[in-house]
Design a protein around this ligand. Structure first.
Ligand SMILES: *[C@@H]1O[C@H](CO)[C@@H](O)[C@H](O)[C@H]1NC(C)=O
Ligand SMILES: *[C@@H]1O[C@H](CO)[C@@H](O)[C@H](O)[C@H]1NC(C)=O
Ligand SMILES: *[C@@H]1O[C@H](CO)[C@@H](O)[C@H](O)[C@H]1NC(C)=O
Ligand SMILES: *[C@@H]1O[C@H](CO)[C@@H](O)[C@H](O)[C@H]1NC(C)=O
Ligand SMILES: *[C@@H]1O[C@H](CO)[C@@H](O)[C@H](O)[C@H]1NC(C)=O
Ligand SMILES: *[C@@H]1O[C@H](CO)[C@@H](O)[C@H](O)[C@H]1NC(C)=O
Ligand SMILES: *[C@@H]1O[C@H](CO)[C@@H](O)[C@H](O)[C@H]1NC(C)=O
Length: 389
């Protein structure tokens, strides 16, 4: 018992070594001052007597002189970052302070001109994002998501010409998206969802990003039209749910889309058969996996080219529209859950329950599986035996 007690005291004193004094104006000093001031006076993760380059989450340059990477995610660091700490790490390229309780930046933070990756997500930073963020000319990734930022996205983002990933979601950013953001032409991932942004997308936004793969604008009050997306040729994930986009939903389809959420907007337009025959590009959505068109004002028929893809998709939802539908391939349950509010207007589908998939499967079903979905869909109109689709 007694030995156990002394044993644990010994172990604690080995692991929870208090911060040793560091030479002033060294990276070791700046980091230890930072940790000390943010409430981490001792930690089993840091042996402060050892050289800074050996500390947990600290990576140095080849000469072991300067810290180039500092990863301190989820350490319970709290409060305002003081001056003459992190902001003085002159060669810092990667800074991950995510998932702490940081409340504000130090004034010298903006001199970190070598930063390539900045992750401050899941903290408690409030107030506007200073224009000084434009000093980070080589920044490639910025993640400020899940904080309490307010005010406009600063126009100075136009200086972040190397930016590839921009994550500002789940904050209180207001106003319009600044046109300067279109200078960041290397962006392939943009998430501005769940803010208070409004106003239109800047003119030319759709054509500004040749490499854009993911765009999430969900949960704002952004206004725009289907045509805003017509030039996004590389987009694979598009989420514009919960905004004020208008126009025809058809205008939004792009060849490479895999996930698309257009729900809770003001898309309109009659998707008539005639209209569709002029809209063959729909057939080029090869890999669409998730499609949510619920709660819009769509009417008319669901285009055949889209219907034929549904059995291969992970999920889809057309509920709460005014669509008409030939529901032969869908079980009554699917019709209820994915097409709620649609009119089952197809004569042969008047009683979809009477066409049970199994009983209609022809013996030679394997032969059908070799057909492309497109061929098979067309076969359906001539031979009901294809209902296994
Ligand atoms: C901490 O670092 C010092 C100096 O490198 C070393 O002597 C000591 O054993 C280390 N302590 C632990 C608990 O690793
Ligand atoms: C930032 O950190 C959070 C939490 O640790 C993580 O989930 C997220 O992927 C990181 N962001 C980037 C862009 O790496
Ligand atoms: C978030 O920011 C707003 C306005 O800047 C402020 O009134 C509010 O107290 C902040 N909330 C938290 C949880 O910090
Ligand atoms: C679109 O974003 C909203 C808000 O973040 C989210 O709730 C929704 O699940 C997203 N849609 C898809 C298909 O991921
Ligand atoms: C849908 O259309 C109806 C009737 O035209 C209109 O009253 C309603 O405001 C529209 N809803 C939306 C979300 O556009
Ligand atoms: C829904 O569609 C039906 C049949 O096409 C039409 O009579 C009705 O006016 C439409 N309702 C709305 C709100 O658009
Ligand atoms: C379809 O969307 C509606 C409204 O957004 C929702 O209530 C319903 O649960 C969704 N159905 C499925 C299967 O996701």
């Amino acid at each position: 018992m007694g030995f156990g007690f002394f044993g644990s005291v010994l172990i604690l004193s080995l692991f929870f070594k208090p911060l040793a004094c560091q030479q002033p104006n060294t990276d070791a000093f700046f980091i230890s001052e930072f940790l000390k001031n943010m409430g981490l006076t001792s930690s089993p993760l840091f042996n402060f007597s050892a050289p800074v380059c050996s500390w947990q989450g600290v990576f140095c340059d080849a000469k072991k002189e300067h810290v180039v990477e500092f990863l301190a995610s989820g350490l319970g660091l709290s409060g305002s970052i003081p001056d003459t700490t992190i902001g003085k790490l002159s060669k810092l390229q990667t800074l991950d302070l995510s998932n702490n309780k940081i409340t504000s930046f130090p004034s010298d933070f903006w001199s970190l001109g070598s930063l390539k990756l900045l992750n401050l997500s899941l903290n408690k930073i409030s107030g506007p994002l200073p224009s000084n963020v434009g000093n980070f000319g080589v920044l490639e990734t910025i993640d400020l998501s899940s904080n309490n930022f307010s005010g406009e996205i600063p126009a100075a983002v136009s200086s972040l010409v190397s930016l590839r990933v921009l994550k500002l979601e789940r904050n209180g950013f207001e106003g319009s998206i600044p046109p300067g953001i279109m200078s960041c032409q290397s962006l392939y991932f943009i998430d501005l969802s769940m803010n208070k942004l409004d106003g239109p997308l800047p003119d030319g936004f759709g054509a500004a990003y040749p490499k854009l793969k993911t765009l999430n604008l969900a949960g704002n009050g952004i206004q725009g039209r289907d045509s805003d997306f017509s030039l996004m040729k590389s987009i694979t994930v598009l989420n514009i749910s919960g905004n004020s986009f208008q126009g025809t939903v058809m205008g939004v389809f792009q060849e490479l889309l895999e996930v698309m959420d257009l729900s809770k907007n003001q898309f309109q337009g009659h998707i008539s058969q005639n209209h569709l025959s002029g809209r063959i590009p729909l057939l080029t959505i090869k890999n669409l996996q998730v499609l949510d068109m619920s709660r819009n004002n769509l009417s008319g028929e669901i285009p055949a080219s889209l219907l034929e893809k549904l059995p291969w998709m992970e999920s889809y939802n057309f509920s709460y529209n005014n669509l008409t539908l030939c529901a032969t391939e869908f079980s009554p349950e699917t019709f209820q859950s994915h097409f709620s509010g649609s009119l089952d207007s197809c004569p042969i589908a008047a009683n979809p329950g009477s066409f049970s998939k199994k009983s209609l499967q022809p013996q030679g079903i394997k032969a059908f599986s070799g057909l492309s979905p497109f061929r098979c869909f067309h076969a359906c109109w001539t031979a009901i035996s294809c209902l296994w689709l």
